[in-house]
Ligand binder design. Structure first.
Ligand code: NDP
Ligand code: MG
Length: 382
């Protein structure tokens, strides 16, 4: 029996993971975590026979305790002790945002394999996260569809070396536009090919998501930014390309459905049945590819530049983006302001070139959030 902890179980990735696990009697869930939605988390625990849950929010944890007889922990220390005591073989980290770093650190530190959806962990602390995994021998199995595709291609490539990785991007709902003025929250949340949580949907609309993914790929696959590229592919059928040293380029294809990479990560190194039709290329029709528009979608070049600078720059970028995306979702700033807040926060921050401890990552994250919030407050007085 494979034992698994699911962090962020109430979200888009988390609920799809539960659906996959429910169909597999060889996997036992030994812990669930959520942010504040305690009712949903308790219901999942009841349904899947889980005895311990962790809620980030202390009040939510208190409500859960009053309504459920299982063990309810809270906050980062709760996640830490639950994972340490869980005897898990795998942790799926599907928490959104920098708040997911703690689950990544404790899992890898304990030598537990990590199915990683929380790309922000690698964006803000990639060098330290990869070193932690190497030190403990724990594997990081990417859940992000493009990175799962790359990992599968590399595993299938055999001897030789990958010289270039290309991530595909759908281009989001505003592909083809050269003016992003007047975009509403609902328009930005309506992704054309993927159904996802709110934050990543906005990141896809600004193309920040692809920037975060380049930084994620740089760490996961140890390639320089010169050897990583993005191509816009609106149909989202090709997920990634790996170009080998002998001139061959391998591609990973399939209908856009997150259950495929989630199942791959959960069952790794095996594969399990997923009720997704196999690809019919004639039915899929035309597959098109184009260069990303770096002038309109400023978040992408901002992320590439921060990735190249390294050190604290990606952490500043990520923190500013999280604050700006929240403000946009709360309708306090315009869609165009997201990139502006990120650019100004990066310009105002003193970035250092190397991070030697996770506490420095957390400090940089906190400072950058404050700076981004001040920039928003200056722009939009309360
Ligand atoms: P959702 O917003 O749908 O879910 C987020 C989950 O994290 C929820 O369970 C939420 O709990 C929990 N959570 C939120 N804040 C905190 C916190 N501070 N501490 C602990 N838990 C918290 O996100 P997604 O499932 O869309 O995305 C999760 C991660 O996966 C992100 O990093 C995203 O980039 C990545 N990803 C997602 C894809 C997708 O298709 N959705 C595709 C590729 C990557 P609660 O419900 O209580 O708020
Ligand atoms: Mg992705």
């Amino acid at each position: 029996m494979k034992k698994i902890v699911i962090c962020g179980s109430t979200g888009s990735i988390g609920t799809q993971a539960l659906e996959i696990i429910a169909a597999d009697p060889t996997i036992q869930i030994v812990g669930l975590t959520a942010g504040s939605r305690w009712e949903a988390c308790v219901e999942q625990a009841r349904e899947h026979g889980v005895s311990t849950i962790v809620l980030d929010d202390p009040q939510a944890a208190e409500s859960a305790r009053q309504n459920w007889s299982g063990s309810v922990l809270n906050g980062q220390t709760g996640i830490e002790s639950m994972i340490c005591d869980s005897d898990a073989d795998l942790v799926l980290n599907a928490i959104v945002g920098a708040g997911g770093l703690g689950a990544t650190i404790v899992s890898l530190g304990e030598g537990i394999d990590l199915a990683l959806a929380n790309k922000e962990s690698l964006v803000i602390g990639g060098d330290l996260v990869m070193a932690l995994a190497e030190g403990s021998g724990a594997r990081i199995i990417p859940v992000d569809s493009e990175h799962s595709a790359v990992a599968q291609l590399l595993a299938a490539a055999g001897p030789g070396s990958a010289e270039r990785i290309t991530l595909t991007a759908s281009g989001g709902p505003f592909r083809g536009r050269s003016d992003l003025a007047g975009i509403t929250r609902d328009e930005a949340l309506a992704h054309p090919t993927w159904s996802m949580g709110g934050k990543i949907s906005i990141d896809s609309a600004t193309m920040m998501n692809k920037g975060l993914e380049l930084i994620e790929a740089h760490h996961l696959f140890d390639l320089d930014y010169d050897d990583l590229s993005v191509v816009v592919h609106p149909q989202s059928i090709v997920h990634a390309l790996v170009s080998m040293n002998d001139g061959a380029t391998l591609a990973h294809l399939g209908y856009p459905d997150m259950r495929v990479p989630i199942s791959y990560a959960i069952h790794f190194p095996e594969r399990a049945d997923v009720p997704v039709p196999s690809l019919d290329l004639a039915l899929a029709g035309e597959l098109t590819f184009e260069e990303p528009d770096l002038e309109t979608f400023r978040c992408l070049p901002l992320a590439i530049d921060a990735g190249r600078r390294g050190g604290t720059a990606p952490c500043v970028l990520n923190a500013a983006n999280e604050v700006a995306v929240d403000a946009f979702l709360e309708q306090r700033i315009s869609f165009e302001m997201i990139a502006e807040v990120v650019a100004r926060t990066l310009a105002e921050a003193e970035t250092v070139s190397e991070l030697s401890h996770f506490t420095e990552v957390l400090d940089c994250d906190a400072e950058s959030r404050e700076r981004a919030a001040e920039i928003i407050a200056r722009e939009v007085p309360a």
